[in-house]
Ligand binder design. Sequence first.
Ligand code: KIV
Length: 272
Amino acid sequence: MSVAKKQYKRITTKSLVEMKAQGEKISMLTSYDFSMAKIVDGAGIDVILVGDSASNVMAGHETTLPITLDQMIYHAVSVVRAVERALVVVDLPFGSYQSDPKEALRSAIRIMKESGGHAVKLEGGKEIKDSVKRILNAGIPVMGHLGLTPQSIYKFGTYTVRAKEEAEAEKLKTDALMLEKAGCFALVLEKVPAKLAKEVAESLTIPVIGIGAGNGVDGQVLVVHDMIGMTHEFNPRFLRRYLDLYSEMTKAFEQYRDDVKSRNFPSDDEQY
Ligand code: KIV
């Protein structure tokens, strides 16, 4: 059992800031449904992200843009029902917060009220500052997300590493400080150079959780379907696969198919 699992009965935004202060790394994984969230939470993962990556891994879309607020709430409700210990953070989907702070607050309130999630995550820096403040003023904890922000994929054009150039790195550092000052409790940094991510983590008191951002940050997040190998066509350098479920599940389904066809299943012991 991990140190964190023993120490914290229930993870709060405050526990995460404490973990950073104590030098304890934070573990975070996505989940989108009850069964997966139950396993992830039972394993002692500190933060469960109901990510808009559900748009890719659950619904099969090419990007995160199509998923709706109602669909995010559906996923979040199922996750919250399973979780006893982890902090549940829910992504505000594309189109639910970008137009103005009032709309952002309305969307965040719907997530908190209807799903029972504990915090929301928004992508972006300076551009969404007023929305972040508005949500925080309503007492809703906010996690920031900088670097590669998949909701802006059509602006970037590619999923390659962000902030390699000086100007973008400087903007990222300014945005990170702004998000901390505004009151965010944590920040996700996606696909940026490890040196820059370390510098940002060291300059903030709130935890920085990385995905493809090296080991100098305060915690790591991965998409659960990627790390257990249910997806197999997505192979970025930062991804460590802990299982090869795509192969294992294929073998199991083939075996079941053969057992049914050959009348091997069900056996005498498997019937009434
Ligand atoms: O939606 C998601 O899964 C995310 C993670 C990649 C951080 O935002």
